[in-house]
Design a protein. Structure first.
Length: 330
């Protein structure tokens, strides 16, 4: 190219040199632009990497919080179970106390009936004594009349007068004795009335205690129902080592639970029964048949539930369906 510039003469050579310088400048400018673009892309990539790291840190924090919440939920469930057990114990104690108070009330009512009977007998005795006193008074009046007749005929019947005076003295003694007996019967009647009043007070106190125990029993039942309300039916993921865990609420502590026809004796006597399956495949769905048998007047009656579940789940359910005859064991 230098030979070509030399042959073109001085002016043409200058133009060629300028052209070459311009082409070189354009090339450098393009190179700078490419470098600037690469630097910008590198900055954006670094910014995206920093954002990704920040998002990863936040995700790790969220995972830590989720694990903390899971632990808190498990603790809350344990607390709820303990509260329900305490409520069941308190209900049993309250029922026993209520039965004792009802027996005491029955005894008090029997004693009150006996006191009322004694009072009625005392009233009857007092009425009989009053009738006898009236009859004795009539006899005394008759004797007095006879005495007056005897006084008028003293001269003729002296011996009869002595006998009449003796009879009058005996009648007076009998009247005094009867009066004393009436006083004694009155005191007995007053004592019986006081005893009846005391028994009435004891009966009122027993009724008050029974009402208070009924209130406590209602509160205990309400707390028990609230404790039962905490166990809602659900199925949620849980780390069970490839197994499935079940919490089953049966109709009563005397109910029997069968899992696929096999009796589950663990937890007998409790409302909440718990069991865990064998290790399961994570990619499959499984089905269980649960049956609860409750004693009845004409034999046991049963409630049946079918449950579909997967591995690594915690399943909660209760029996509230219609009563059906017991199914034949499989």
């Amino acid at each position: 190219m230098t030979g070509t510039i030399a042959r073109c003469g001085p002016l043409s050579g200058l133009l060629a040199v300028g052209l070459l310088l311009g082409v070189g400048g354009v090339a450098r400018a393009q190179t700078d632009n490419v470098r600037d673009l690469k630097n910008k892309e590198l900055d954006r990539a670094q910014a995206e990497l920093a954002q990704t790291r920040s998002d990863l840190a936040e995700a790790r924090q969220a995972l830590a919080r989720a694990r903390t919440d899971l632990e808190a939920n498990r603790k809350a469930l344990l607390d709820a179970r303990e509260a329900q057990a305490r409520a069941q114990n308190e209900l049993s104690a309250t029922q026993k106390s209520l039965a004792d108070n009802q027996r005491q009330l029955a005894n008090t009512q029997a004693e009150l009936a006996a006191a009322q009977k004694a009072l009625q007998e005392a009233v009857n005795a007092r009425s009989a004594a009053a009738r006898e006193a009236a009859a004795e008074k009539a006899r005394a009046e008759a004797l007095a009349a006879q005495s007056e007749q005897a006084a008028q005929a003293f001269a003729r019947v002296g011996a009869e007068l002595s006998a009449a005076q003796k009879a009058a003295a005996e009648a007076a003694a009998a009247r005094d004795t009867l009066a004393q007996e009436l006083k004694d019967e009155g005191r007995k009647a007053e004592a019986a009335a006081r005893l009846a009043e005391e028994k009435g007070k004891e009966l009122a106190e027993a009724r008050t205690r029974a009402a208070a125990l009924d209130t406590e029993l209602a509160a205990a039942r309400k707390e028990l129902e609230a404790g039962r309300g905490r166990l809602r039916e659900s199925s949620r993921p849980a780390d069970e080592g490839g197994r499935a865990r079940f919490l089953v609420e049966v109709p009563g502590p005397d109910a029997r639970l069968f899992v696929d026809g096999k009796p589950l004796d663990e937890g007998q006597g409790k409302i909440i029964r718990e069991f865990t399956t064998a290790k399961l495949r994570p990619d499959r769905r499984y089905e269980l048949e649960l049956r609860a048998e409750v004693p009845g007047k004409e034999g046991p009656v049963a409630l049946t539930r079918k449950v579909i579940f997967r591995a690594d789940t915690e399943n909660r359910l209760s029996f509230d369906g219609p009563v059906a005859p017991p199914a034949a064991p499989r």
